[in-house]
Design a protein around this ligand. Structure first.
Ligand SMILES: [Zn+2]
Ligand SMILES: [Zn+2]
Length: 262
């Protein structure tokens, strides 16, 4: 059995828990660590978990909303941390040094097995040193986690084909971003090919990944200024040909409920 819960999503801090249950063995991986230790603990308790329930940590890239509190969380839990070589180098360069013995290097499409959890990282186009996003499986169903990418490359589409659940970035509405008070360089960065996925681009990707067994779609990493859950639900439901009630949007402060993947 595979289930997941987003604990918080967006530029204020990202973290999700993915859990595989195989017989009596339960394995949990925290994906990204943009929440402080106390806040992470508080949100885990709301999810009926505690810090000691986490078995491993995966960091997708070095941006502060994803890596921010990794050092503190990893050193107090003493659990293995997975990230790309580029993310590791970037973290050290930014003095978010972690103990080298805890670090495991994750590589594009190279599977990692932790307990009953199969983890397949894949490269995404984003303005970080070597960003990875992740596909998870328990051997029967699969979940794709995909945020922080400027466009959906053919590689991304290939890696997420056949997923039963998706957590998918719907970062901004292009018109709201254009009309926003953001400086031009920031608008260009966000909307560029190595920035963040617009609603329209996310919808196009969602329709490419749609299939009869895609049962769960969680929209994530929404800009608080240049997007809204209503806009996202409306365009995603049209793209997927489903009701808005069948979709979920991850909130910055509460994330999502636990989602069982079927
Ligand atoms: Zn981010
Ligand atoms: Zn990022």
């Amino acid at each position: 059995m595979l289930r997941f819960k987003n604990l918080g999503s967006g530029s204020t801090g990202n973290a999700s828990v993915v859990e595989a249950q195989c017989g009596l063995q339960t394995t949990r991986m925290l994906v990204d660590c943009g929440l402080g230790l106390k806040e992470l603990e508080r949100r885990l308790i709301q999810a009926d978990l505690c810090l000691a329930d986490l078995d491993a940590l995966f960091i997708t890239h070095e941006h502060i909303d994803h890596v921010g509190h990794t050092k503190r969380v990893a050193s107090s839990l003493g659990i293995p941390v997975w990230m790309s070589q580029g993310t590791w180098l970037a973290c050290n360069g930014l003095d978010w040094g972690l103990s080298e013995s805890q670090i495991n290097v994750a590589r594009d499409t190279q599977p990692i097995e932790i307990g009953g959890l199969q983890v397949t990282p894949f490269t995404v186009p984003h303005d970080a040193r070597e960003p990875l996003q992740v596909r998870f499986s328990d051997g029967s169903v699969s979940l794709g986690i995909l945020t922080d990418l400027g466009h959906a490359s053919a590689h991304v589409v290939q890696q997420l084909k056949g997923c039963n659940a998706l957590m998918l970035e719907t970062n901004h509405d292009s018109e709201l971003l254009k009309a926003s008070g953001y400086p031009q360089f920031l608008k260009d960065r966000i909307s560029g090919p190595f920035g963040h996925l617009s609603n329209d681009a996310a919808c196009e990707l969602a329709s490419q990944l749609n299939h009869v067994s895609l049962n769960t779609v969680l929209a994530a990493h929404l800009s608080e200024r240049n997007n809204s859950p209503d806009i996202v639900l409306s365009c995603l439901s049209r793209a997927l040909g489903c009701s808005e009630d069948d979709l979920l949007v991850a909130a910055p402060d509460t994330g999502s409920p636990w989602l069982n993947i079927q």
